[in-house]
Design a protein around this ligand. Structure first.
Ligand SMILES: Cc1ncc(COP(=O)(O)O)c(C=O)c1O
Length: 385
């Protein structure tokens, strides 16, 4: 018998976990807004008891996201931060984590201001050089946590190289794949032990719901995280699960368009006389352009650029009309933000200076509007600086 061919990505996005409802034939997964389930008799139920423990809409989303990332299971949480926090609750006081030094600002805030109080230890290194990870690993290191590309400096880490170090040193590699989505980057295939996303971003894709997911590669991780869902309770609501199930159906076409427009806008910015520097892995001058081509199948639509000063950034940001000045990313609409005062404010001035987040940096999440309109808008906004 020939091997059964695995369906392609877009097919899995639309059909994995999203099979027609067996009861009614509904082609979309129903939302089950119930907090509890009737039991036929004591100890006998249909697999569901109480909605913090499990919910059929959530089960379907978890199946879908596991299929897209190539994991064995997935567990969804109330936000990306809740998902990252859930991973950390699998470790204990005295455990050490090596992590990237330019992560989304909320992650070091959680690590330093919450989890360090419970005795977890964190070391921040430039993970774009895998040797820094190896050097920072100690006897008590249990996890290596990376984002690639990073937010907002678009620096890459070599997932495969770091995963080999982790294997040798017996630490688990967790990759935040939010910026690329599973459409452009498959960390599990490159050796990651767990993949995390803020589903708030590209997976939902419409800026209408918070959420987070951890994709697991072992039964042990999946069981532990199911226990964390039940014990700590930061689960994703059925309605928000459904929004991600709906959003993910168009992930492939959205990512294709995000990528096309991202490349065009990055080149436009690179040629613009008011822009001092552009951070985008799709540009040949990006220092890790060849790694980007090797471990990603697209470059996405996250671009960061240098306007030169806080006052330049402020002037242009208050003049945008098509782009919306807002935190977040990955929606169909173009969102533009100022890392120093928004996403990375919690790092403080010194923390930002150490990793190169200047006051003039602006980050753009290129949406899927007509790309000419996005460029015209950026051009007119930059005429003010
Ligand atoms: C890369 C990355 N990871 C995680 C998060 C946290 O996700 P959430 O806002 O859904 O909690 C964010 C939020 O911006 C992010 O950009």
């Amino acid at each position: 018998m020939p091997n059964k061919k695995q369906p392609g990505f877009a097919t899995r996005a639309i059909h994995s976990g999203q099979e027609p409802d067996p009861e009614t034939g509904a082609v979309t997964v129903p939302i089950y807004p119930t907090s509890t389930y009737v039991q036929q008799e004591l100890g006998k139920n249909k697999g569901y008891e109480y909605a913090r423990v499990s919910n059929p809409t959530r089960t379907r989303l978890e199946e879908n996201l596991a299929a897209l990332e190539g994991g064995i299971a997935a567990r969804v949480f109330a936000s990306g931060m809740a998902a990252i926090n859930a991973i950390c609750t699998m470790y204990k006081s005295g455990d050490h984590v090596v992590c990237g030094n330019d992560l989304y600002g909320g992650v070091p805030r959680l690590f330093n201001q919450v989890l360090a109080n419970f005795g977890m230890e964190f070391t921040y290194v430039k993970t774009s050089d895998a040797k820094n990870v190896e050097r920072a690993i100690r006897k008590n290191t249990r996890m290596v946590y990376i984002e690639t590309p990073t937010n907002p400096l678009m620096s890459l880490s070599d997932i495969e190289a770091i995963s080999q170090i982790c294997r040798r040193k017996k630490a688990e590699l967790v990759v935040d794949n939010t910026f690329m989505s599973p459409y452009f980057q498959q960390p599990v295939a490159l050796g990651a032990d767990m993949v995390v996303h803020s589903t708030t971003k590209f997976l939902n894709g419409h800026s209408d719901g918070l959420g987070g997911v951890v994709v697991c590669t072992t039964r042990e991780q999946a069981d532990k995280l199911a226990f964390v869902q039940k014990a700590a309770g930061a689960i994703l609501s059925p309605f928000e699960c459904w929004l991600v199930l709906r959003g993910v159906k168009t992930l492939a076409v959205r990512m294709e368009q995000h990528d096309r427009s991202g490349r065009v806008v990055a080149e436009f910015l690179a040629d613009h006389k008011k822009v001092k520097k552009v951070f985008y892995p799709g540009l040949p001058e990006h220092p890790q352009h060849s790694l980007a081509k090797q471990q990603m199948t697209g470059f996405g639509s996250m671009i960061t650029f240098e306007t030169g000063s806080l006052s330049n950034a402020k002037k242009m940001l208050q003049r945008v009309r098509v782009c919306s000045l807002a935190e977040s990313l990955g929606g169909v609409e173009t969102l533009i933000s100022h890392p120093a005062t928004m996403t990375h404010a919690a790092l403080g001035e010194k923390g930002r200076r150490e990793i190169g987040i200047t006051d003039g940096l602006v980050r753009i999440s290129v949406g899927i509007e007509d790309v000419e309109d996005i460029m015209d808008d950026l051009d007119q906004a930059m005429a003010s600086i």
